[in-house]
Design a protein. Structure first.
Length: 388
């Protein structure tokens, strides 16, 4: 027998087919057109639904139902700026339904306007709006703001309100991962996967915690599964790249890390990790170009300057290397890459063979760094650049 979910989907599809026949017989009937568009959205026929909604807007540009449905469709396709325009039009016209305000807050979180999102969510709470998923959105907004404890508190409330919602559990898992509480992070990520075995955030958390535990097989499994179902997940591509660096499969690592920065073009750590893969692959020009791109995004990240010093040292440009080292240590006195560059410069003094040995075995190379002169492998430094 079909499950309740499959029965519901079958019922929606049957109703969609019925309304399609109604529409073909009477394409200018706004009620039929609106109902068909709504059913198409539920069936995942987003472009077909968009055509019908735009048709309705041509006839009535201020129809609240059409504007709301189109904004909902834009949210489902990640078109948050257009969604905000439609929702703003509704709010400006005096429509105050909680769903409108909530969807606006959702868009604000997705576009990085977290203070405004929190203001909107707090207004909804003051109005007594009953929205089960509101604590989940609160948790995400506070997470992005860096208020992890407030995020955890709301995520716990979200689980109480939505005990069968996979995203409520994965939201909490992400928060615990960012506190490096990997036991709780794994616990909630695994619970999320029992509800949705392809939950994006949960798989990312489990892959990240596996990397921390140096369980590469498990990490690769979850990163690969994530990229299969969510190919736009830049964290997962970065993780796969790092794993292949550890395996010394540099061409594959480079391809995956290039994909990662394409998806996360402002993540400075991604550029630095990719540059190290290029360095290990003896492509110093590509490494230098990658680091230069990183500097145009954020000129104040010490590791970028330190990595440029490494490239300059390998190119035998001592003067340039020393300049980058000075800049790197001004920004971060414990810069790993700057210390590594200094080691290369020391090895270069009549010991070119020593430098080549270091590069040939780059990911097993240890250098001393920091005030307490701790030893660290290069691959550990690269891992530290990866998104958490």
């Amino acid at each position: 027998m079909p499950t309740d979910t499959s029965a519901t989907k079958a019922n929606i599809l049957e109703e969609r087919n019925r309304y399609l026949q109604f529409y073909l017989s009477d394409p200018n009937n706004p009620h039929i057109t609106s109902k068909l568009a709504s059913l198409q959205m539920q069936c995942g026929e987003k472009e077909e639904a968009r055509k019908l909604l735009n048709q309705l807007l041509k006839e009535n540009s201020n129809d609240p139902n059409t504007l709301f449905n189109l904004a909902t469709l834009d949210i489902s396709t990640g078109n948050y700026e257009d969604a905000k325009k439609g929702l703003t039009q509704l709010l400006s016209a005096g429509h105050q339904a909680p769903a409108i305000a909530y969807n606006m807050a959702y868009c604000l979180v997705e576009t990085g306007e977290h203070d405004n999102a929190l203001d909107s969510l707090n207004d909804l709470v003051k109005q007594g709006a009953e929205i089960p998923q509101i604590d989940r959105l609160f948790a995400r907004a506070y997470h992005h703001k860096g208020n992890i404890q407030a995020g955890i508190a709301h995520a716990l409330k979200a689980i109480e309100a939505e005990p069968q919602n996979s995203e409520a559990f994965s939201t909490l898992a992400l928060l615990y991962a960012d506190t490096e509480n990997y036991i709780e992070a794994k616990n909630y990520a695994e619970q999320a996967l029992t509800l949705d075995d392809n939950n994006n955030a949960a798989m990312t958390v489990l892959a990240t915690t596996a990397m921390e535990e140096e369980d590469l097989e498990t990490a690769e499994k979850y990163y690969a599964q994530t990229t299969q179902h969510y190919p736009e997940n830049g964290r997962a591509w970065n993780g796969l790249g790092l794993i292949n660096m550890l395996k010394n499969d540099l061409p594959t690592a480079i391809t995956q890390m290039e994909k990662s920065i394409e998806l996360m073009p402002k993540f400075i750590g991604g550029y630095n990790a990719l540059a190290w893969a290029y360095i290990a692959n003896s492509d110093l020009d590509a490494a230098e170009l990658t680091l230069t791109r990183a500097n145009t995004i954020d000129h104040n990240f010490g590791e970028t300057h330190g990595s440029l010093a490494v490239v300059s040292a390998l190119k035998q440009d001592t003067i340039k290397a020393k300049k980058h080292i000075i800049t790197a240590k001004r920004l971060d006195k414990n810069s790993f890459s700057a210390n590594f560059a200094e080691s290369l410069l020391a090895a270069n003094k009549g010991q070119q063979q020593k430098t080549q040995e270091i590069i040939n075995n780059i990911f097993n190379t240890e250098i001393e760094f920091g005030l307490d002169r701790k030893k660290q492998k290069i691959i550990d430094a690269v891992k530290a650049l990866s998104p958490k």
